[in-house]
Design a protein around this ligand. Structure first.
Ligand SMILES: NC(=O)c1ccc[n+]([C@@H]2O[C@H](COP(=O)([O-])OP(=O)(O)OC[C@H]3O[C@@H](n4cnc5c(N)ncnc54)[C@H](OP(=O)(O)O)[C@@H]3O)[C@@H](O)[C@H]2O)c1
Length: 412
């Protein structure tokens, strides 16, 4: 109040008014602190609002800061020929909103990232959330209050996952919905049911994947790994994009893999080759199909960010960790053997979910996207994954495939 009076602004907002016995002061460099004369203590937080403040801008014209014999700072108003111990800048304080980014690494767990995070106003959809990294991501969000929807192809496995979370915290808002990414019809049905519920969607995690599957065509006539890992997610985001736009700031997180580095997708003319995405059986090698699908994930993420960020929806891709013992290896005995040997040296699933959670909630990533993360740290993906022409090309090709293969019900 005294500072306001000196600045000629006696009017005040009652929330900011100090309780009796308190005094607002500021340091030489403009940080506001509060002194309690009865308890002889000082603190940075406002005793009523708990907010930290700092003085905005310089001293008013004609004022000067000086120090007395006891080392205490005082202020001289040369125009009105008066002195005061109150900093006149305190009339123009602003809330200290500086958020210092926390440091994380490969050992960080998803729950550590979410410490102090209240997600009770967030709706999250996670694909393939009944096991592995998707499950740990869902569990972590749910334990922090988010309304989490596990979008899974197998209902009994999904319901089991839901009960594991609710057994841990009875009040967790978590539920399962059917989504089979290998079927464009199923993706469309999921989107229709979700939209009919009129829920917002703040975080969409494209996590589901299969690896080292034998060659198989989906009901839409496309190679399974490609459709589950990329095209199904592409269609899902396309169908939910209006919900995301109405829920801003919203984030899409795409779980890719470092294995995207061991392949390419473009032909000699720099065009994405459709036969590489969904190859015929004689040209199929399961590991290569997975690597290509993971490359698609990064290209999709950066193009999605380019298109959606002007509307408040950002997107990042990530690598969760190496050879974590989830269910990803189950289609091939050799992979199971490798994953078993590697198990003592790899991340836990909580650690595996950390980068996903980081991309979904880190305050320093607000409005930021089109990037690739590993161990909660930004890194560069392969040169081809950074190619904007390939990203546009893949986008257009995916749109074409969806148009050709999906047959939405006729509107009468
Ligand atoms: N584990 C690793 O070391 C590792 C390394 C790099 C990247 N990643 C990536 O991490 C992500 C999660 O994998 P994970 O390791 O946690 O493997 P996971 O335990 O096998 O989880 C994959 C999830 O995807 C689901 N899924 C498979 N096909 C689906 C479909 N058609 N429709 C809907 N959901 C489907 C699976 O459901 P079902 O249980 O019904 O099959 C499962 O819940 C993947 O994107 C993977 O590429 C993992």
């Amino acid at each position: 109040m005294a500072a306001l009076k000196y600045a000629g602004m006696d009017d005040t907002d009652s929330e900011d008014e100090l309780p009796p016995g308190w005094e607002e002061r500021s340091t030489k460099d403009g940080w506001v602190y509060y002194a309690n004369h009865e308890e002889m203590k000082t603190q940075w937080e406002h005793p009523k609002t708990g907010k930290k403040k700092r003085c905005a801008g310089a001293l008013p014209y004609g004022w000067e800061q000086e120090t007395d014999d006891k080392g205490q700072v005082f202020y001289v108003d040369h125009i009105n020929k008066r002195t005061t111990y109150f900093d006149p800048r305190q009339a123009f304080t602003v809330e200290d909103m500086q958020v210092k980014p926390k440091r994380y690494d490969g050992n960080t767990t998803a729950l550590e990232i979410l410490q102090d995070c209240d997600l009770s106003d967030k709706v999250v959809v996670i694909t393939g959330a009944n096991s592995g990294i998707g499950f740990e991501t869902a569990r972590s969000f749910a334990l922090h209050g988010a309304h989490v929807i596990l979008a899974c192809r197998n209902q009994s496995r999904a319901i089991k996952a839901v009960s594991l979370i609710t057994d841990e915290w009875r009040k967790a808002r978590v539920e399962a919905m059917t989504l089979d990414l290998a079927s464009l019809r199923s993706v469309r049905e999921f989107a229709e049911i979700f939209k009919a519920r009129k829920l917002p969607l703040h975080i969409l995690v494209c996590n589901a994947a299969v690896c080292t599957q034998p060659w198989n065509l989906t009901e839409d006539g496309l190679e399974t790994t490609f459709q589950i890992c990329h095209l199904g997610h592409f269609y899902l985001v396309e169908l939910l994009q209006d919900v995301l736009r109405h829920s801003t700031p919203a984030r899409v997180v795409v779980v890719s893999s470092e294995s995207h580095r061991f392949t390419d997708l473009v032909d000699s003319c720099g065009k994405v080759e459709p036969n590489l995405l969904s190859p015929p059986q004689k040209e199929y090698w399961s590991m290569l199909a997975y690597n290509r699908a993971k490359l698609c994930n990064i290209l999709f993420s950066s193009e999605l960010h380019r298109r959606m960020s002007p509307h408040g929806v950002t997107c990042n891709a990530l690598h969760p960790g190496n050879m974590m013992y989830t269910s990803i290896h189950r289609s091939w005995w050799l992979m199971t053997l490798l994953f078993t040997f590697a198990r003592p040296f790899t991340k836990s699933m909580q650690q595996g979910a950390a980068t996903t959670v980081y991309c979904a909630v880190a305050p320093e990533l607000e409005g930021i996207g089109g990037m690739y993360f590993n161990n909660c740290f930004r890194c560069l993906p392969s040169p081809q994954a950074q190619d904007p022409t390939a990203a546009v090309n893949l986008w257009e090709l995916s749109e074409r495939l969806i148009q050709e293969r999906s047959t939405p019900p006729q509107v009468l």
